[in-house]
Design a protein around this ligand. Structure first.
Ligand code: GDP
Length: 176
């Protein structure tokens, strides 16, 4: 049986995007099934892990959160180093976080491996009345760049597992 200790591959995945889009809560929902309505920056916690089995191989995803560094535009190249995947997150109710996606992608391209797998994630779909970025706009942005796309809610859990798992499957296809 696959124990927590055993794995075939360990992959570093990074979460990027503007402050407040829900990166920390997406990670806590995925790795601990927790949501925090008043989430504050967790200083000191650099990453969380979760294992997934794909085609009989155990993948350990080591998922890094910025721990608030993005607020000061001080994400260091160490954060991106050796990342094989990235969730690039915006908030569907805050248009400027969508407009900043290209900035995050450029930074990723500058620091990460050129083969890094990307999924664009529109978070907070539970706030449907406050939506300012349509599903189609998000999809078109991702399609133009040949990236995957998904909309999620860390609050009601919808598509959170799918966002991480789809990215890991894309990485698997590329690497294995
Ligand atoms: P980060 O700065 O990108 O890590 O964002 P956080 O995870 O700290 O979330 C910022 C705020 O948005 C917090 O108040 C969260 O509770 C809230 N939040 C995160 N995800 C969601 C979501 O899917 N729906 C709603 N309604 N609020 C969310």
């Amino acid at each position: 049986m696959a124990s927590e200790e055993h794995y075939d591959f360990i992959w570093k995945v990074v979460l990027i995007g503007d402050s407040g889009v829900g990166k920390t809560n997406l990670l806590s929902r995925y790795t601990r099934n927790e949501f925090d309505a008043e989430s504050k920056t967790t200083i000191g916690v650099e990453f969380s892990t979760r294992n997934m089995v794909i085609k009989g191989k155990t993948i350990r995803a080591q998922i890094w959160d910025t721990a608030g560094q993005e607020r000061y535009r001080a994400i260091t190249s160490v954060y991106y180093r050796q990342a094989v995947g990235a969730l690039v997150v915006y908030d569907i109710t805050k248009r400027h976080t969508f407009e900043n996606l290209q900035k995050w992608l450029s930074e990723l391209q500058q620091h990460a491996d050129p083969n890094v797998c990307v999924i664009i994630v529109g978070n907070k779909t539970d706030l449907r009345e406050q939506r300012t970025v349509t599903h189609e706009e998000g999809r078109a942005f991702a399609d133009e760049r040949h990236f995957s796309f998904i909309e999620t809610s860390a609050l009601d859990s919808s598509n959170v597992g799918e966002a991480f798992n789809n990215l890991l499957i894309d990485i698997f296809k590329k690497q294995v």
